[in-house]
Design a protein around this ligand. Structure first.
Ligand code: FEO
Length: 167
């Protein structure tokens, strides 16, 4: 059985992950409006992955005999100054999510809840990838800033596909 504290924090994480999806869908909408369909596609896939993260927490709470309680999703930002600005915001958001996962892990460790520690380990690894990917795109955008290279980068990121079972 999950402790009341862990149950509350894991429920909060469902909200955080769905908010992440909301934020990335908002970024996708911004990129569509700016005619960067590749960046938009990348953000859509990112958003769909976030929903699978939310579902992992949803399933885990239920598996452990807990109760899922959903709360309101905050309205995300809708405009950014540039592609760099949006991807920098995505990177900053992933750093925030990493802090949340670490916070959950600290509680699970303090409570010696080994099952939750094992479940969270997947997210610890995932966050390393999430941060590396976002910061890598920011670096590439900075490299091509002010050149036609941005159109090639848009095309490259537009090839991203969603693979449900990998996330
Ligand atoms: Fe669910 Fe992007 O971390």
């Amino acid at each position: 059985m999950l402790s009341a504290k862990l149950s509350e924090e894991l429920n909060k994480q469902i909200n955080e992950e769905i908010y992440s999806a909301y934020l990335y869908f908002s970024m996708a909408a911004y990129f569509h409006a700016e005619n960067f369909s590749g960046f938009a596609r990348w953000m859509e896939v990112q958003a769909m992955e976030e929903l699978t993260h939310a579902k992992k927490f949803f399933d885990y709470i239920i598996e452990r005999g807990g109760k899922v309680t959903l709360s309101a999703i905050e309205k995300p930002q809708g405009e950014w100054k540039s592609a760099i600005d949006a991807f920098e915001a995505a990177y900053a958001h992933e750093q925030h999510v990493t802090k949340r996962i670490n916070h959950l892990m600290e509680i699970a460790i303090a409570e010696k809840d080994y099952a939750t520690i094992a479940m969270l380990q997947w997210f610890v690894t995932e966050q390393v990838e999430e941060e590396a990917t976002a910061s890598g795109i920011v670096a590439k955008l900075k490299m091509v800033s002010g050149t036609n290279g941005i159109f090639y980068l848009d095309k490259e990121l537009g090839t991203r596909t969603f693979e449900e079972h990998n996330h």
